[in-house]
Design a protein around this ligand. Structure first.
Ligand code: AMP
Length: 444
């Protein structure tokens, strides 16, 4: 199959050829004809499957072939993305696909001044890529009208809900013309996403290109148990031992990102960080420098790193496990792309055992553990497996303190000098661990 057989016009074929796209990916092969035929779409496809071209290319063709010229302060197609970085990335791809077409494209997002965006919208743009909050601001300030909109794309819809954008999406829904084509792309399909699809889509065609919630099998994954306080030290040790060259590291919080970057920079390691508190320009610069290998270690929060396309990334390190198990799949999806092999290493402390268990349950696999010499944790990480069970081993009974010692006294179970309270049962009952936090998260 070729892009020509899918019915694409010559200027688009030429643009794709320049980009080195020879054959359509599975999601493109299914989505392109359906979008050209005017269908609504509900597509389960992760980043790395070629989903951006799957919606953008046919959308550009429809805009070129039909419809009036764009009016002032209007957009003919709107692509909604969860984060600024993704909006930039999607816009860069759209602009490349549209390079031989007489269409205008633009991206708007928060964290930067709104005025230049308002100026740019005056003449109208054919394809507008936007994050939800900024889109609403522009609409409320009358910088943007949506009555000419013919196509709406919801990219990474699950992530938009995770980030707490459901209210914004409901507001945007009320701003849209009734007659339009809607394309919804999501890595996963929760009940919430299905409800959203039920409201926004009209008789959609369903496309699923990768099995649900299964992590890429080209990624070698393993876990190193370690005490929380020793994680930075272990990271540096593994980095030196493995001679890591380019690593994307995920930390749970903004402070966590800053602390690790400071530590690494203090050791003379070429590291930078991205998270939601940093200005957009700084985030983009760090990302560009990482992509061009000017920065060796990029430490990021999930929000900042979602959906980023970084070619041939060999290694992802989870400095902390993600709070939402599905984020694990997105994180490790940054490596092992387009048939390459990759590696994903997670540094896991005892506090994170429930998160580990939820990840193993979701990915239906027990992650291999590797104990690093001299970093064996004092606080043992209980055993877990893909059934979602956490097996707690018995605590060792403490030795009695010599009587008359100056240490802490009568803590817990010691009854009298030399006498031990009854031992705990040898194995604690096995506990079923729920997949936590499946509901929407508060906006960060
Ligand atoms: P996406 O899933 O849209 O983020 O795309 C992932 C990567 O695959 C991007 O670097 C695209 O440029 C690339 N890509 C998309 N479609 C094709 C194709 N048909 N052939 C080769 N590369 C592609």
């Amino acid at each position: 199959m070729t892009f020509a057989t899918l019915g694409l016009i010559e200027p688009l074929q030429r643009a794709l050829e320049t980009l080195g796209y020879q054959t359509p990916t599975p999601v493109q092969a299914q989505a392109i004809p359906a979008v050209l035929a005017g269908r609504d779409l509900m597509a389960a496809a992760q980043t790395g499957t070629g989903k951006t071209a799957a919606f953008a290319v046919p959308l550009l063709q429809l805009l070129t072939m039909e419809g009036p010229k764009v009016a002032a302060n209007s957009a003919r197609a709107l692509i909604l993305c969860p984060t600024r970085e993704l909006a930039e990335q999607v816009h860069a791809s759209v602009a490349e696909y549209a390079q031989h077409l007489p269409l205008t494209t633009y991206a708007v997002y928060g964290g930067v001044s709104i005025n230049p965006q308002m100026m740019k919208l005056r003449k109208g743009v054919d394809v507008l890529v936007a994050t939800p909050g900024r889109l609403i601001d522009l609409f409320r300030q009358n910088a943007l009208k949506l009555n000419q909109l013919q196509t709406l794309v919801l990219d990474e819809a699950d992530r938009m809900l995770d980030l707490g954008f459901s209210e914004e999406l409901a507001n945007i829904y009320r701003m849209l013309p009734k007659k339009r084509q809607t394309l919804l792309f999501s890595a996963t399909f929760s009940d919430e996403i299905r409800t959203l699809a039920g409201q926004m889509l009209n008789d959609p065609m369903s496309i699923e290109v990768s099995p649900r919630n299964v992590a890429a099998n080209t990624v070698k994954q393993w876990v190193v148990p370690v005490d929380k306080k020793r994680k930075p030290e272990l990271f540096v040790h593994l980095m030196r031992k493995g001679r890591w060259k380019q690593v994307l590291v995920f930390a749970k919080t903004r402070n966590g990102v800053d602390a690790l970057v400071d530590k690494l920079q203090g050791l003379g390691i070429n590291a930078d960080g991205i998270h939601g508190d940093k200005p957009q320009a700084t985030r983009q610069r760090a990302l560009d420098r990482f992509k061009s290998s000017d920065v060796q270690i990029l430490v990021a929060t999930d929000v900042a790193a979602r959906g980023l396309d970084i070619e041939d990334l060999p290694l992802v390190v989870n400095f902390d496990l993600p709070i939402v198990a599905e984020d694990y799949i997105h994180r490790i999806g940054r490596t092992g792309r387009a048939g390459n092999t990759g590696e994903a290493i997670s540094l896991v402390c005892a506090d994170e055992v429930n998160m580990l268990s939820a990840i193993e349950m979701l990915t239906r696999q027990t992650l291999t553990r590797h104990m690093e010499q001299d970093f064996e944790p004092e606080h043992r990480v209980p055993d877990t497996d893909a059934s979602g069970q956490v097996v707690k081993k018995p605590k060792k009974p403490k030795k009695p303190k010599a009587s008359g010692g100056g240490g802490k006294r009568n803590l817990g179970k010691w009854v009298d000098s030399g006498e031990v309270a009854p031992a705990e049962p040898s194995i604690k009952p096995v506990r079923k661990v729920p997949v936590f936090n499946t509901g929407p998260r508060k906006k960060k």
